[in-house]
Design a protein around this ligand. Structure first.
Ligand code: HEC
Length: 429
């Protein structure tokens, strides 16, 4: 794949035949474009992926588009800023949604930029990639889209606001019976949506409300797709809950209408394998921390213990602007300790899911610790104010500490029981 570093070979070939040297030069069409197609253009194209508000600033589909960015592209890949991925190389290969370039690919791009960013022979170019039109949904073409009950005006004077919206029960036409979800994707309808926490609720026989957690979305997150045999239940007659966090600058003329939505895809009961694993998600959280002013690396920890043999499907650290790093560690009942994930430079704009390619089985009694550091110093360019101590709080300028963890029971069940919270009120969350 990588050419131009075989110096001895190039010299010999060059001595024998002038043409061979030109062929060995790193070019866009032959060497660089295939890498960009595989790793970049999903986001970097016109109408590219809107990853919960993170939209790539330029298209990288053609030579004309990439040429002016050659230096920036080389720097972004050499610094490992792009493609966006924040786990250390130690975890290489473990997560199916991993986005990384090989060292050879990085060298190819930097060599191309340093040697004058040549176009090369147009005939070397791979066929352009085609993108399925899913209406912008990253998880695929939806079976059902549900919107907030009505548009909401995020008024001029608002900087941060939390608002809950609950739809009417889904109709028989929308959802004729209980269905298992194969994907869930919340979508902000305006750029003032910071995050959405989702849920479904139904009344049980006694009239109590049962609430089912239905994922969430924050900047840089792509929505949730379950593997075959896994899912979350959407009960017939559910109301859909939107717990919205809106964030913007306050001021005259900044008000925005918003009617965010969620898309669902269902497992096909006839064609797809039966769902035998109901997926639950917990947040490993510490609500009582206090980060001192001007502290560069304040540690905060929290833990949960699995009561049953469980299978971990994904991890997802959530912090705000002072978040510096995050670690998940498993303490097994036999005394072994294993680092599950280490994100040394947490980026507030990329709230990623780390989804296991091979789900991680852990025995009952395993304790998972989530530890994070916060940078409340002036070194942190995002820090809104280093001179105050900081606690848990909703606004983006305050902090959160949530180690999300998605899992299911390891034992399959022909009648999997989704985890539901019981509430007597309406619109809880
Ligand atoms: C998941 C979507 C996504 C993927 C995949 C992705 N990018 Fe980006 N890229 C973005 C977004 C969003 C930004 C702007 C925000 C930021 O810098 O984080 C960006 C910014 C950049 C910038 C910085 C532009 C500037 O202002 O200097 C460069 C260069 C870049 N990307 C190159 C690449 C290359 C090269 C690849 C593939 C190796 C790639 N990106 C893969 C979404 C993506």
């Amino acid at each position: 794949m990588h050419r131009g570093y075989g110096i001895a070979g190039a010299l010999v070939a060059g001595a024998l035949c002038f043409g061979a040297q030109a062929e060995d030069k790193v070019t866009f069409t032959k060497d660089v474009l295939p890498i960009l197609q595989e790793n970049c253009v999903k986001c970097h194209r016109p109408g590219g992926d809107n990853v919960a508000g993170m939209v790539a600033p330029m298209s990288l589909m053609t030579y004309e588009e990439v040429r002016p960015w050659a230096k920036a592209v080389a720097k972004a890949v050499a610094d490992k800023k792009m493609p966006p991925w924040f786990a250390t190389p130690k975890f290489h290969g473990l997560f199916e949604n991993e986005r990384v370039l090989t060292e050879t690919q990085i060298k190819t791009i930097t060599a191309w930029s340093e040697t004058g960013a040549a176009r090369g022979n147009p005939q070397d170019a791979p066929t352009p990639v085609k993108f399925e039109d899913t209406g912008g949904w990253l998880t695929g073409t939806p079976d059902l889209i549900v919107k907030m009950p009505k548009p909401y005006f995020v008024a001029d004077d608002i900087e941060d606001i939390y608002s809950n919206f609950v739809t009417e029960p889904l109709t028989d036409e929308q959802l004729p019976k209980d269905r298992w979800l194969r994907s869930i994707e919340w979508r902000g309808d305006s750029d003032v949506v910071h995050h959405i926490v989702g849920a479904a609720s139904v009344k049980d026989d006694k009239g109590d409300t049962l609430t089912y957690e239905l994922e969430s979305i924050a900047p840089g997150e792509e929505g949730t797709v379950f593997s075959e045999g896994y899912g979350k239940l959407l009960p017939k007659g559910s109301k859909i809950h939107f717990a919205m966090h809106y964030h913007k600058e306050a001021g005259p003329g900044t008000g925005v209408w918003d009617q965010s939505m969620v898309s669902f895809r269902f497992w096909d009961e006839e064609k797809d394998p039966k769902v035998r694993f109901a997926v639950a998600r917990s947040g490993i959280s510490n609500f009582t921390f206090e980060i001192p002013p001007n502290h560069g690396a304040w540690p905060v920890g929290a833990a949960m213990t699995f009561e049953e043999d469980s299978t971990i499907l994904s991890l997802h650290p959530h912090m705000h602007l002072r978040g510096k790093d995050a670690r998940y560690t498993a303490y097994y009942p036999d005394g072994k300790v294993e680092e599950l994930l280490w994100v040394p430079s947490f980026d507030f704009n990329w709230q990623l899911d780390y989804t296991y390619a091979q789900p991680k089985k852990v025995p009952a009694g395993t304790r998972v610790e989530f530890t994070a550091h916060y940078d409340n110093s002036t070194d942190n360019l995002y820090n809104p104010d280093p001179n105050i101590s900081m606690q848990w709080g909703g606004p983006t300028t305050m902090e959160m500490m949530i180690g999300y963890i998605s899992y299911c029971n390891t034992a399959p069940s022909d009648n999997p029981m989704p985890a539901a919270r019981r509430a007597t009120g309406e619109g809880t969350d």
